[in-house]
Design a protein around this ligand. Structure first.
Ligand SMILES: [Zn+2]
Length: 269
């Protein structure tokens, strides 16, 4: 030990600091942060007691998706029906995935919150979103082996700078302990928005959109995959991705999203 470090060797041990002084400084740090950045609602910015959440008013403006839901698509039924019922849309066009679930309908406050994450870089929303997803997707999470995001095409990733589905999947992996795999599924084709396209056009648009390299296929062998998307609109994207995953060895594909478009004019319902 040099003369300098001997001279300035702290009289308080690290252990003493950790046990006795750390909580004290943490409290000061918390108060200072609250003073400089008072907690506000992540949606409407009104003052709140607790940080990183939304106010009761905004909470009421979110249509959380609760039972009765279509057993396959996770879309709500407008009337009471037996659990396990499958919607007419899922019966007419059985999807490649096994089940899809979403936190809320893609409207009002939920739509604004997702836009804040996607276009305004409001990454402080991730904790709230992933806690909601963990709750809404608990049955799917319990049965899954790996978690992976719907990928963006490279030029879109470059424009946006981040893939919101990958951020959600990574955070969900941290709070559920499901292994996060971001290299298995790749997007090899730039696709148009699916909204307004006929089912034939949607098929053409997404044909071969996703690719899985040969050396990644063993990671899927006989696995139950939890695929994360931010918003399910027509269901065509998740369907195409699920088909690629199943063709490459996945046993079961579950989809978990933040929101589902449940507009009655949409063909997904
Ligand atoms: Zn609010």
């Amino acid at each position: 030990m040099s003369a300098y470090s001997k001279l300035f060797k702290p009289k308080i041990s690290k252990e003493f600091f950790r046990k006795n002084l750390n909580p004290f400084f943490n409290e000061i740090n918390k108060s200072l942060t609250d003073y400089l950045f008072p907690p506000v609602c992540l949606s409407c910015m009104t003052s709140l007691e607790i940080p990183n959440t939304i106010c009761p008013n905004c909470w009421q403006n979110i249509n959380f998706l609760t039972q009765p839901l279509c057993e396959i698509n996770g879309t709500p039924f407008p009337f009471d029906i037996e659990p396990g019922t499958i919607s007419a849309a899922a019966l007419k066009n059985p999807p490649s995935y096994d089940k899809a679930r979403g936190v809320a309908a893609y409207d009002r406050t939920m739509k604004e919150l997702i836009h804040k994450l996607k276009y305004n870089d409001r990454h402080e929303l991730l904790n709230l979103f992933t806690n909601w997803m963990k709750f809404s997707g608990k049955e799917l999470i319990k049965q899954s082996d790996i978690i992976l995001p719907i990928p963006l095409y490279k030029t879109r990733l470059w424009q946006r700078r981040f893939n919101q589905s990958a951020l959600l999947a990574k955070r969900l992996s941290e709070i559920t302990s499901l292994p996060y795999e971001c290299t298995i599924l790749r997007r090899q084709k730039k696709t148009r928005s699916q909204v307004g396209l006929t089912s034939k056009e949607r098929y053409q648009n997404l044909k071969n959109a996703f690719v899985i390299e040969q050396n990644e296929k063993e990671k899927l062998e006989n696995k139950t995959v939890l695929l994360i998307d931010d918003v399910i609109t027509t269901g065509a994207t998740i369907n195409s991705a699920a088909l690629s995953l199943k063709n490459s060895g996945a046993k079961t594909v579950y989809i978990l999203s933040l929101a589902i478009v449940t507009n009655s004019s949409n063909q997904f319902i």
